[in-house]
Design a protein around this ligand. Structure first.
Ligand code: FES
Length: 248
């Protein structure tokens, strides 16, 4: 796969596709939501206020507060963001900037299938940006397939790669995007021949029928041998110091 030497880092503040999805630059920034017109469930409010009380700067509590909202609603919906912002007296843009920066926050309704295309450096050098666009195009008509660009998924040797509902596949070609969608729609294992779990490794028995399904842990562990370890021989028989007990 040819990336054409077009790795665009540090442009527009980020080169990650979709970096500005959550921004409508045609709108004025939203102000801090008015508490009087922003109802917040009491339990959620109490949890957020508890986090704020732990820090001298209340903004330090944004991450746990967003997690609280995500637990409450299942995702960081615009309403959840507004509620966090209202309690914390911050702008929704500030909370959104945190929620969209960290991959652990869901800023889209959960459900369906998650396809995370790694766009970090190793994958990017191997054409991940084009792969991401191919994946978005392939899944365009499938509302239940969520495609996201992701930071390094820790499988750089598969670059460019993706996680499909947690199953790592790679190295991928752009043409694999359609196959991934077909497999997901059909409920089949995704790109079986490119799954990390099915890759051959140095151990010839691994990932084969010969590989033991479970590791047997012995019932008994051999007892340590009695007696202190033998000290190393010293050259002249004079020194009495040890590392723990320096000489006087
Ligand atoms: S850069 Fe893609 S898995 Fe590490």
């Amino acid at each position: 796969m040819d990336s054409g030497g077009r790795v665009k880092r540090f442009q527009h503040g980020s080169r990650v596709p979709g970096w500005d999805d959550s921004v409508d630059l045609g709108k004025d920034p939203a102000p801090v939501p008015e508490p009087a017109v922003t109802p917040v469930p009491e339990a959620l409010r109490a949890e957020i206020e508890g986090y704020m009380a732990r820090y001298p700067d209340r903004r330090s509590a944004v991450i746990p507060s967003l997690f609280a909202a995500q637990r409450h609603y299942g995702w960081c919906s615009p309403e959840a963001i507004d509620q966090v912002a209202a309690v914390m007296r911050i702008t929704p843009a500030y909370a959104t900037s945190i929620a969209t920066f960290y991959d652990m926050f869901e800023t889209h309704p959960p459900g369906g299938h998650d396809v995370y295309v790694c766009t970090n450096i190793s994958c990017s050098l191997r054409g991940a940006d084009e792969l991401y666009l191919a994946m978005v195009a392939a899944a365009e008509s499938s509302e239940d397939i969520n495609v996201r660009g992701f930071e390094c998924l820790g499988a750089c040797d598969l670059a460019p790669m993706a996680s499909v509902d947690g199953v790592y596949v790679g190295p991928l070609e752009n043409s694999d995007a359609e196959l991934i969608v077909e497999d997901v729609r059909a409920g089949r294992p995704v790109l079986e021949h490119k799954q990390l779990a099915r890759r051959r490794v140095a151990d010839p028995a691994a990932n084969s029928d010969d590989f033991p399904a479970t590791t047997t842990i012995p019932d008994t562990v051999p007892a340590p041998q009695a007696g202190p370890p033998t000290p190393p021989e010293r050259g002249h028989g004079e020194a009495t110091a040890t590392e723990d007990e320096p000489a006087q």
